[in-house]
Design a protein around this ligand. Sequence first.
Ligand code: SF4
Ligand code: SF4
Length: 293
Amino acid sequence: MKKITVLSGKGGVGKSSIAGSLAVLLAKKHEVICADCDVDASNLGLVLGLKEKDFEEWERISTNEKAVLDEKKCNGCKKCVESCYFKAIKWNKEKKQPVFDSLICEGCGACEIVCPENAIILEKVQNAKIGFGKTKYGFGIVSGQLEMGESGSGKVVAEVRKLAEKKGKGAEIMVIDAAAGIGCPVIASVVGSDFVIGVTEPTPSGLSDLKRALQMTEHFGIGCGIVINKHDLNPKFTKRIEAFAKENGLEVLAKIPYEKAFVEALINLVPIIEFKSETKKFFEEIIGKLPKD
Ligand code: SF4
Ligand code: SF4
């Protein structure tokens, strides 16, 4: 299965809209499965017309552990309080026992190690979910969501990709919608991809963030191309992005003009390619420039 990851150095440049429309067009000739790996702000399902309730199944998963106290075993030595780098353990003076703040606890296990009475155990917390749904365009999508304030987004991405492999068994192409930026969930989305499409817009921050994202793909030795969205809003800067691409041997796969219909398509839960057929040519251009093998 060929894996194509769509990423952007910064949010709001139209990455998920482009990933969704690419999947719809690719699915006209190939078996496709989508993996929504933007687990902190997943919306590829919405782009493809699927609300959360439209997914066939959701499974709760755990990406983290939290420290829990067995009060009966605690001797009040206070060693755990000193061991917590994250300051997740407060001291209850009246009870002479520690109090664990689960919102701050990172599950590092230091307190468990120092406790002489084995009064602390690390318990798994179900803080994320992954789900599978079928789009009306004939292909499936796996999506992941990490609960607010929780850590472990890279692990959720790994689970989303595993389920996408399973649900998309026999598919020829997996379209992966990565998170914006270059953090852990993006790395987990990019690793093992065959090609990366970097979406950017012609602004200084768009270019500098794209450069950082592409450095990461270079590190993994993955081929990459660039899509410049809203290119006509800043022709001068578009030229700079094109010059950057040329200098670095990267192909500009397509330049998409500013299109109000992108927002209208999102509001109507329809991929832009279906909402405004004139945009099809941009996605055909991208697909035409993808590596053939
Ligand atoms: S597991 Fe780590 S972060 Fe959590 S309370 Fe213990 S020492 Fe602190
Ligand atoms: S280290 Fe263990 S025994 Fe000591 S205060 Fe903490 S939980 Fe209680």
